[in-house]
Design a protein around this ligand. Structure first.
Ligand SMILES: [Zn+2]
Length: 360
């Protein structure tokens, strides 16, 4: 197994030191990579900027005009928490291009997996609008490229950022070729991602939202993956799995309330390799993209096929929490699905579509 990493110092030109989404995030991950010894397991790939045509396959022309204009300005706030600098347009094109390059390398079989260590982040950016620290939707651009240009029929995006990937969902809500699954804290920004949001038209049944209670923790996440996420992925049988790997669900993140540990993230990555390996027998691959916003810290497959951990899981004297109460609360939405299976046909369809079995 070969895992590539794609990153670039150009991305540091998008920076606002007072903002939580700042250039220091990637520098911290790079430093931790070097210190951990994982770097020697990774193959460096040089990202290329995304072409206008690749961006326009996802975003409206007006969005490109705004971002291009912002490159001539010292500092622009597109909304209350989304900024640009003179270097942001170049950084954003390179981030999206890194995700595209990663997908091309995996689909061509040059590497088994790839990790795009990129910013500005992307999963809140809708086809029409930058928002939530995000300028271009990196993972959506890569997924669209995989379908439209590389000829794949079924691409899955798994988003374990603590926030709902509303922009990614919007890009593929009516698209049956891209399966989107988001686990996210609720209630939390941006307020979307209810379990009832399951896609429309050709995309009906290819959006799976799993809003979670605060402090769900490693145990809750792992059981949710085993009982809901992985069965849904197996049913869709993706040829390519993309991961919006936001790490703001980590227990030490100042914004995210989901209480995952680094070991917990590694366990999720390990689980996502299962359907990837199964599909590879026919034709399929796994790729990761750090396109969502989150804290420094990471986990991904290493050379031996196991998920590697980056960094220690304790900061100061505080251990990662183990919260069984949250583990039980996680089943409330699942049990509501089951109950509605008996009385409302749309939830019977919901369960049938996602291959989620009876949960008692
Ligand atoms: Zn987030």
């Amino acid at each position: 197994m070969t895992t590539a990493i794609l990153t670039s110092p150009v991305q540091a030109a998008h920076d606002e030191p007072s903002h939580v989404e700042r250039a220091a995030r990637l520098r911290a991950i790079e430093a931790a990579l070097d210190a951990s010894g994982l770097r020697r397991d990774l193959v460096d790939l040089a990202p290329q900027p995304a072409a206008d045509q690749q961006i326009l396959a996802v975003h409206q022309p007006r969005l490109l005009q705004v971002l291009r204009w912002s490159a001539g300005q010292d500092n622009v706030w597109l909304d209350m928490d989304t900024y640009t600098t003179r270097g942001s347009w170049d950084a954003a094109r390179l981030a999206a291009g890194a995700a595209v390059t990663a997908v091309e390398a995996v689909v061509a079989g040059r590497v088994t997996n790839a990790f795009a260590l990129i910013r500005p982040p992307g999963h809140h950016a809708t086809p029409a609008q930058p928002m939530g620290f995000c300028l271009l939707n990196n993972i959506a651009i890569a997924a669209r490229h995989a379908v439209a240009t590389l000829g794949l029929d079924r691409v899955a995006i798994v988003d374990y950022d603590v926030h709902h990937g509303n922009g990614t969902q919007d890009c593929f809500y009516d698209d049956g070729q891209v399966f989107f699954c988001s686990t996210h804290a609720a209630p939390l920004y941006p307020g979307t991602g209810a379990e009832s949001e399951i896609g429309i038209e050709d995309g009906y049944g290819t959006t799976l939202n799993l809003p979670l209670p605060y402090r769900t923790g490693d145990g809750g996440f792992q059981q949710l993956y085993d009982d809901v996420v992985l069965p849904a992925l197996r049913r869709f049988a993706p040829q390519l799995i993309l991961v919006s790997a936001g790490y703001d669900g980590h227990w030490d993140d100042p914004l995210g309330p989901l209480s995952l540990s680094i070991a917990g993230y590694a366990a999720l990555t390990q689980r996502l390799l299962q359907p990837a390996r199964a599909q590879r027998v026919r034709r399929g691959h796994a790729a990761g993209a750090a396109g969502a916003r989150g804290a420094p810290g990471s986990a991904w497959p290493s050379r031996d096929g196991r998920a590697g951990c980056l960094g220690a899981d304790q900061v100061g004297a505080r251990p990662a929490p183990d919260l069984p109460v949250a583990f039980h609360r996680i089943w409330r939405p699942a049990k509501r699905m089951e109950r509605r299976q008996c009385i409302q046909c749309e939830f019977r369809a919901h369960i049938d579509l996602f291959n989620i079995g009876c949960i008692r």
